[in-house]
Write a protein of this length. Sequence first.
Length: 73
Amino acid sequence: MVRWGCAAVVGLVLTGFAFLLITGEYVNDGPVVATVAQNRGLHVGDVFLLLGWLAALAALAVLTAAAGRRRER
């Protein structure tokens, strides 16, 4: 059950990121949190994307660890 849940998290996050890449804009950029260059910055919406990316990587780590435990048995 954990493996299916992790796979669902990865699938949802990647689908969301693909949608954002295709449309070229965020649903809610939000205000600028940190300025990176004169016309570039880190928006509140970017923080949401970063959290999704971290959730997807954590789910992949759990899937990898679960696959490794199955082989050891």
